[in-house]
Design a protein around this ligand. Structure first.
Ligand SMILES: [Zn+2]
Length: 118
């Protein structure tokens, strides 16, 4: 288990995440929202994710069916994470790997997801 930390650009929001296995690939979705923001994502169960700074200080964007809380910093505009639910109802956090400290997200192999046609 690796302990990762990360946050938004200005430092108002910080998080820690302890996924069961290391982040070894990045999910890249081609939907209108993800492609605009250039996300490289990983999903973890909600209980492996913790806000360490700025809890609740974000703004939230909803679109489509509103299934995911796209939480972004109102100051710097960066979206470090989102909250959502898997089809079975379990709560997950979507981590923007570009916001994880140390991790070289751009070097990870990409797992392409066809969100546009989903
Ligand atoms: Zn910020």
């Amino acid at each position: 288990m690796t302990h990762y930390t990360g946050g938004c650009h200005c430092g108002q929001i910080a998080f820690e995440v302890e996924p069961e296995s290391d982040f070894t690939e990045a999910m890249v979705c081609n939907c209108s929202h993800c492609s605009m923001k250039g996300f490289r994502l990983a999903f973890v169960p909600r209980d492996q994710f913790n806000i360490t700074k700025g809890d609740g200080s974000w703004s939230t964007y909803h679109f489509n069916k509103g299934a995911i809380d796209h939480n972004f910093c109102p100051k710097c505009g960066v979206q470090p994470f989102g909250y959502g639910k898997m089809p079975d109802g379990s709560e997950v956090a979507a981590i923007n790997l570009n916001c994880v400290d140390v991790l070289d997200a751009a070097a990870l192999p990409v797992n392409e997801v066809d969100g546009k046609n989903y």
